[in-house]
Design a protein around this ligand. Structure first.
Ligand code: NAD
Length: 512
């Protein structure tokens, strides 16, 4: 155990295979089958985790409903105090949780730590928010009347999360939902269940210490079938789902049919426009980090570079040089730049995409391939690749969750913006330019159609202070900062008549 993984698991409370009770936490035995959590880093089985059944789902829903009755009555700033303690607890376990995330999901240790830092940051944000769940007051048109609006908790928030951010996305939702007075049922990705279990240990202790019911934070392990139970259940007024567009369409339909609310955070197909006025050192750094970070498995990964013809050849050759220096290997070893893909299926999809881009006429700038031999036993390590392509290629229109970058040439900015917008997804976008006119055109009403549009910063990653999400097939949801909290509450408009008259609307009179 050269990286101290077993010690980290122990520090996180994950050292027992027994179902049962531990501090503040009850495990339900569903009798259902187990999921294996294998590390893509070394192919080792980390643990087997029992999935939930319909019966356990029902038990969790009742537990959550009972908890909501109590939690909604706790004043919001007090709820914030609990979230403050959760943030502090995360500070204490940052190294251990970061390591588990890295080992279970395959992102670098540094990125694992970054993910836990995002959790800490959103807790801080939520603590402040707990005193700022403001509604507006309005001037009534009627004498002796007052009007205002207030925000009430919704109830149970269902959180369905993806494998690539196994913990941060949950915290973006849960920290906000809790200060808003909601309770949460979280179904983490079946590909990273242990990271979810670690988080449940961390928060359960804090709720228990303050005497709050366990059902304020619920974890349910399972695959899409448990996700379907959540999305069809009218006892879950909000379903926040992060994952592929394919999944989002199914969840959106199921929630829509019962007129519930969904918050969808789906796939991206993100581009950086590199203009002839770009600072090319910055552009190369931004593109490289965006394309190969997390082995191309971020929703905000840079998948397309749209490059002005005059700088195209220079960008292409500098990128090829930069790629030749990348070190691929175990994500827990800090000298490596690129870790593995999540599993063998992801490797298959990567290889299919490479075949397709070539079949459609794409040319290799940096050829891809699967790595074998010592250190690559899991079979999940692939070479980051670059292909010259056309935006209209079917494969370019599609999000392949792997480190494949497409280079596309353009002549004028209008054309570049049309190419950037010319995909079904609308998550993150960026322009690299030192020219103010180009930057403003890109951000204007006729510019990028994405939820995130950056200038001189790549597409990947985001600060928690802003609202995060995207348009079109990315699903339209916004979570994390700004006023995203409003999705987790219901708005109520109140009119109070403090006069002794009751004027009826539209001047209507009843002679009674
Ligand atoms: P996925 O769609 O395979 O699975 C995501 C989650 O949805 C899992 O928990 C899965 O069990 C569940 N699920 C699958 N089918 C379901 C169904 N029919 N009903 C209910 N739940 C269902 O995605 P993944 O491979 O884990 O993650 C990669 C994808 O997630 C990429 O497309 C990536 O862009 C996207 N993603 C988006 C964001 C964002 O904020 N926009 C963030 C992270 C990841």
């Amino acid at each position: 155990d050269p990286f101290g993984i077993h010690l980290s698991l122990k520090n996180l409370g994950i050292h027992s295979t027994n179902l049962g009770s531990s501090t503040g936490l009850t495990w339900l035995d569903s009798g259902a089958s187990y999921f294996s959590s294998d590390s893509p880093a070394d192919g080792q089985l980390i643990a087997q985790v029992q999935g939930a059944s319909e019966d356990t789902y029902e038990a969790i829903i009742s537990q959550a409903s009972v908890a909501f009755e109590k939690w909604r009555l706790v004043p919001a700033p007090h709820r914030g105090e609990i979230v403050r303690e959760i943030g502090n607890s995360l500070r204490e376990v940052k190294a251990d949780l970061g390591k588990l995330v890295s080992y279970e999901m395959g992102k670098s240790y540094q990125e694992g730590l970054g993910e836990v830092q995002e959790m800490i940051d959103i807790c801080d944000f939520a603590v402040g928010l707990s005193r700022q769940l403001y509604g507006l007051t309005m001037h009534s048109e009627r004498p002796g009347h007052r009007m205002y609006e207030q925000w009430h908790p919704l109830g149970i928030v269902g959180i369905i999360s993806a494998f690539n951010f196994p913990v941060a996305v949950w915290s973006w939702n849960a920290a906000l939902a809790w200060v808003c007075g909601d309770v949460c049922i979280w179904k983490p990705s079946e590909k990273a269940p242990l990271s979810g279990i670690a988080c449940q240990y961390i928060v359960a202790k804090i709720f228990a210490k303050h005497g709050f019911p366990e059902g304020v934070s619920n974890l349910i392990i399972g695959d899409y079938r448990i996700g379907e139970l959540i999305s069809h259940d009218s006892r879950v007024p909000l379903v926040s789902a992060t994952g592929s567009t394919r999944m989002g369409k199914l969840v959106g339909k199921a929630v829509g049919e019962r007129l519930g609310r969904s918050l969808l955070e789906l796939g991206g197909n993100n581009a950086i426009i590199i203009t002839e006025h770009a600072d090319l050192d910055m552009a190369i750094r931004g593109a490289l980090f965006g394309a190969v970070g997390t082995a191309g498995q971020r929703c905000t990964t840079t998948r397309r570079l749209i490059i002005q013809a005059n700088v195209y050849e220079e960008v292409k050759s500098r990128l090829a040089t930069a790629y030749s220096k990348l070190v691929i290997g175990n994500p827990l070893d800090e000298k490596n730049h690129v870790g593995p893909l999540i599993d063998q299926d992801a490797v298959k999809n990567y290889l299919i995409a490479i075949e397709r881009v070539k079949a459609e006429g794409g040319k290799a700038v940096v050829e891809g391939g699967v790595l074998a031999g010592s250190g690559f036993e899991s079979g999940c390590y692939v070479k980051p690749a670059i292909y010259e392509a056309e935006n209209h290629f079917e494969i370019v229109q599609h999000e392949t969750f792997a480190p494949i970058l497409y280079l596309i040439k353009y002549e004028n900015l209008q054309e570049a913006i049309a190419l950037q917008n010319g995909v079904p997804q609308g998550l993150s976008s960026a322009i690299m330019t030192t020219n103010m006119r180009e930057a403003e055109a890109f951000l204007s009403v006729a510019g990028s159609d994405c939820g995130i549009a950056n200038v001189n910063i790549g597409t990947s990653g985001a600060e928690i202070g802003g609202a995060f999400g995207g348009e079109k097939e990315t699903g339209g949801g916004r979570e994390s900062g700004s006023d995203s909290w409003k999705a987790y509450m219901r708005r109520q408009t109140n009119t109070i008549n403090y006069s002794s008259q009751l004027p009826l609307a539209q001047g209507i009179k009843f002679d009674i």
